[in-house]
Design a protein around this ligand. Structure first.
Ligand SMILES: *Cc1c(COP(=O)(O)O)cnc(C)c1O
Length: 357
């Protein structure tokens, strides 16, 4: 079976974990500080703050930006649920805007119409590693005085007009095992604002700067140096991994002829967290998934249901919402393996089988 994702675990990752074990200092410490420095360098931001996951990075970023109960946050319904749940955690109200058919990202043309006096922030998601149109999003944010919190969990190293994702607003990243670089579990927040960075550090650690003096309500959203040690090794591999993902995607784009393949526009640097095709024209996606599975090709459906149709959002009153492009796309997408560990034979097998669909 050609896996849809496969974490790379080399000797250096193993050695890094053993070194932390032997040091006896397992909790968040020097390796985490180093990983934060590396992330700030990757994103070209002043600050980076590590957390326990991408989900907690989003949660902390929203809190640190002052999103409060009743505040509206504009986002996409076509994303991993954590993007939306983080808004709910702080008592905010997600306001869903439909996506673009060609990029799968939030449609910036539709954002302005969704703004109300309660709108506080835009939370764009760079889905599959493809940047959102940040010129349009930042222009709208500036015009209406809105905050921007980027869900860049799938987009580490991606760039829009040469500027790294996570450096436009407050950036949130995940180091979950299947992400482009991983630490097993882990997250990261990037920002250029010192006060936001400071609040993130405090919220992550029970509102403390000085031990046992709690200046605000905080949480335990720390990571551990065991995880950060893995993340540090992986951060050094980022360029190599991204180069391989790009080459794999280029090969698939060149040779797949049976279905719509993902296209990259000028000014956008895609880091191919997922390579996602569309089974359209009335063809059955279920049948396509079955054929590929039978042929030994792992696939993923990211994501099969719009966020507003998930049980807790239906309960919260979103049940009647229906955004046409999202409704279409959730039924057509299939992600194919594109990870750095694919062999040339794997790529050729994928092309051959997809071209039979
Ligand atoms: C992975 C992911 C998250 C959450 O990250 P975790 O580390 O799994 O908590 C959030 N948003 C998106 C778009 C993701 O892909």
């Amino acid at each position: 079976m050609i896996a849809i994702s496969k974490p790379y675990i080399g000797e250096a990752e193993k050695q890094a974990v053993i070194e932390v074990m032997e040091s006896g200092m397992l909790v968040q410490g020097p390796r985490t500080a180093k990983l934060e420095e590396k992330f700030a360098a990757i994103c070209g931001t002043q600050y980076a703050i590590a957390t326990s996951s991408g989900t907690t990075a989003l949660h902390v970023a929203l809190l640190a930006n002052g999103i409060k109960p009743g505040d509206e946050v504009i986002t996409t319904p076509f994303t991993f649920m954590a993007s939306v749940n983080s808004i709910l955690y702080v008592g905010g109200r997600p306001v869903f805007v439909d996506i673009e058919e060609d990029t799968f990202n939030i449609n910036p043309q539709l954002i302005e119409a969704a703004i109300t006096p309660k709108t506080k922030a835009i939370l764009p998601v760079h889905l599959y590693g493809y940047p959102c149109n940040m010129d349009m999003i930042m222009n709208i944010a500036n015009k209406y005085g809105l905050l921007v919190i980027e869900d860049a969990c799938q987009a580490v190293g991606a760039r829009y007009k040469g500027k790294a994702m996570g450096s436009f607003g407050t950036g949130c990243f995940s180091l979950y095992a299947t992400k482009n670089i991983m630490a097993g579990e882990g997250g990261m927040i990037t920002t250029n604002l010192e006060d936001v960075a400071q609040r993130c550090r405090m919220i992550r650690n029970h509102g403390m700067q000085r031990r046992y003096y709690h200046e605000m309500l905080g949480y335990n959203f720390r990571t551990s140096d065991l995880h950060s040690a893995i993340g540090l090794v992986q951060a050094d591999r980022l360029e190599d991994f991204t180069t391989k993902r790009k080459a794999n995607a280029a090969f698939l784009n060149e040779h797949i002829t049976s279905v719509k393949t993902p296209q990259v526009k000028e000014d956008y640097e895609h880091v191919w967290h997922q390579y996602t095709i569309r089974v359209d024209g009335g063809r059955s996606r279920d049948a396509a998934v079955k054929n590929l599975t039978d042929a030994g090709i792992g696939t993923g459906i990211f994501y099969p249901i719009p966020a507003y149709r998930q049980a807790h959002l239906v309960e919260a009153g979103y049940g009647n919402l229906s955004l046409p492009v999202t409704e279409l796309i959730v039924n057509e997408v299939i992600s194919l393996p594109v990870h750095p560990q694919l062999s040339q034979t794997d790529l050729e097998t994928i092309v051959m089988e997809v071209n039979k669909l």
